[in-house]
Design a protein around this ligand. Structure first.
Ligand SMILES: [Zn+2]
Length: 357
């Protein structure tokens, strides 16, 4: 379903149009965590190849890494790294010909100052360019009471809505952890905290929808990382029940909520498709693309071991410059990401569906 959205970073109404196109078309977009220009470029290349829009996001640790792990002030690095990444994506995305939304990932209460600082950068960017730096940030206040989660989220959204930004919140708990934010799984426990209650989703809708655009990471047994199966059962029907409660309470159209699927790595394609049918427009993917990068580099190192030990072969004098050149093996890693993402676009039904085409 082609619309008239210009390729490049989408924010505000353009981002909402990309989301509506996904919902109407019955597909969702992968949101891929990046740590540097190598992974950013691989995601852009993958999206262009799949002719799909895509979401690029940074965890707080990814943002810090983007600025440089050796940067002396880690908080400043988390801010500057995120800004640096966003500037790179703003410059490059339109030239890849697809729409790209820029997000940040989990921020718990301790990381609110990080999000505040980034919104500050977006406010200045909005003044100068008429659009924010990021499309959306996430506040994960699922460890707090529902009331505190919603009141802090509402305050942040008040500020963000003025500059066409969207907020992602978390209700219930995604298992596992992402960059130190998250929860360990208790083996053998009923893990009922991993399932969002539809009543919580209704409370969030009531509180936030009058303020601005928001999305909800609802928990339906999803877990960060790849764990051995059997610990938690994925129950996408929880999403369906949440949508139904809002539809009936507020007489909305079908699937009024914009839902986010965290912990998508390693999920079965039929569960992914089911979640998408209940209004998931964004599926986070990190673990699987990390592994795709590492696996491809690992294979390359195995096949070219001598080039990683010697500049020149000690026996026959063969120069290895062309093999240890970082462009060789970083490129192999990028290609690993590009290939893995083709599967993600296909699983989500997004291949060939860019709203920019
Ligand atoms: Zn997550």
């Amino acid at each position: 379903m082609a619309t008239n959205i210009r390729p490049g970073v989408v924010t505000g109404k353009a981002y909402q149009a990309v989301i509506e196109a996904a919902k109407a078309g019955g597909y969702a977009l992968p949101a891929v965590n990046v740590v540097g220009t190598d992974s950013v470029n691989a995601v852009l290349e993958a999206a262009a190849q799949a002719k799909s829009d895509v979401i690029i996001q940074l965890s707080n640790g990814g943002a810090q890494f983007f600025a440089g792990k050796g940067f002396p002030d880690s908080f400043e690095a988390k801010v500057l790294g995120a800004v640096s990444c966003a500037q790179h994506v703003h410059l490059m995305a339109e030239h890849y010909g697809v729409c790209v939304a820029l997000h940040t990932d989990h921020a718990n209460k301790g990381l609110i100052p990080w999000v505040d600082a980034l919104v500050g950068h977006s406010e200045r960017h909005f003044e100068q360019h008429g659009k924010p730096l990021f499309s959306s940030h996430m506040l994960d206040l699922s460890e707090e009471s529902l009331e505190e989660n919603l009141s802090l989220s509402a305050a942040m959204l008040e500020r963000m809505a003025k500059i066409d930004m969207s907020l992602e919140i978390e209700l219930g708990v995604t298992g596992g952890e992402e960059d130190g934010v998250g929860h360990e799984l208790e083996e053998g426990a009923d893990n009922s905290h991993l399932y969002t209650q539809p009543s919580e989703v209704l409370a969030a809708y009531k509180r936030l929808s009058p303020i601005g655009h928001f999305s909800v990471a609802a928990s339906f047994g999803n877990v960060h990382g790849v764990y051995k199966p059997g610990n938690v059962e994925l129950r996408p029907e929880i999403l369906k029940h949440s949508q139904a409660l809002i539809e009936s309470t507020y007489s909305t159209a079908a699937n009024p909520l914009h839902l986010v699927f965290h912990g998508g790595s390693g999920s079965e394609p039929d569960k992914i498709a089911e979640a998408v049918s209940y209004g998931v427009f964004k599926m986070n993917i990190d673990t699987d693309t990390q592994f795709a990068f590492a696996h491809a580099v690992g294979e390359y190192v195995k096949a070219n071991g001598k080039a990683f030990a010697h500049q020149i072969d000690p026996e026959d004098g063969t120069p290895y410059k062309k093999k240890y050149d970082p462009r060789k093996w970083l490129r192999v890693g990028e290609q690993g990401i590009v290939e893995r993402l083709q599967q993600a676009f296909a699983d989500l039904g997004a291949t060939g569906r860019s709203a920019a085409l």
